[in-house]
Design a protein around this ligand. Structure first.
Ligand SMILES: CC(C)(COP(=O)(O)OP(=O)(O)OC[C@H]1O[C@@H](n2cnc3c(N)ncnc32)[C@H](O)[C@@H]1OP(=O)(O)O)[C@@H](O)C(=O)NCCC(=O)NCCS
Length: 189
């Protein structure tokens, strides 16, 4: 699989596009928050780490090998600035399996922006990247992300008990997934 990714992606209220160096302050504003990092199994990111990430993900991606990743900055169409990001990572090129994720500034929460952006990325993954099965791994306490999975028509396929740990102790995860044929009209995949 080696797909050209057509971006920016526009939805009713949002634009999804590659990050640029000018987005550093906006990314740092949400990636540095402990409450945002809480369910990501890694510490909050400082400015230097955000700059490294932008340098890497801003170049776009090849969508060919295991580990290839597409990360898109999410902007509101009515206000300048980046409010969050959505990512999709190719976990198996052979089996066309990909993992989706989302991270948003809490100041823009509760208005459906994360759901709207994630739906657009789900459809891009199926229709442009040839993904067969899209999955998400969600901390079992991350109820906001559970609700996003459900709005993406993903089903809960697994409950992994204490399969990870961080400085708060053991963590458990849900695995959610959806197949292309379950949400994409025949012929559009
Ligand atoms: C996960 C995360 C993105 C969820 O944010 P969120 O604000 O709950 O998600 P949305 O932006 O989609 O908003 C959904 C809410 O807006 C409401 N809403 C309001 N207007 C809406 C609209 N026009 N369309 C859809 N939903 C709308 C929904 O009812 C929903 O509320 P509910 O969950 O109480 O039912 C956010 O908590 C986050 O970034 N967390 C940290 C990172 C993280 O944990 N990432 C996941 C790792 S796998």
């Amino acid at each position: 699989m080696n797909f050209a990714i057509s971006q920016p992606v526009t939805t009713d209220r949002l634009v999804l596009r590659l990050f640029t160096a000018d987005d550093l302050d906006d990314m740092h504003a949400y990636q540095s928050l402990p409450e945002v990092a809480r369910f990501l199994y890694r510490p909050p990111r400082d400015r230097a780490r955000c700059a490294e990430v932008i340098e890497r993900v801003g170049q776009g991606t090849h969508w060919k090998e295991d580990g290839d990743n597409l990360t898109l900055a999410v902007c509101r169409r009515d206000t300048p600035g980046v409010i969050g990001e959505v990512q999709v990572t190719l976990s198996s090129a052979y089996a066309r399996q990909a993992e989706i994720g989302w991270v948003f500034h809490p100041g823009h929460g509760g208005r459906g922006y994360a759901t709207e952006a994630s739906l657009a990325l789900r459809d891009l993954a199926f229709q442009q990247l040839g993904v067969h099965r899209l999955f998400a791994r969600i901390d079992a306490d991350n109820t906001a992300s559970e609700r996003i999975c459900e709005r993406l028509s993903m089903r809960r396929e697994a409950h992994l008990i204490e399969n990870d740990r961080d400085d708060r102790g053991w963590g458990s995860e849900y695995v959610y997934a959806v197949l292309a044929r379950e949400v994409v009209p025949a012929g559009a995949e």
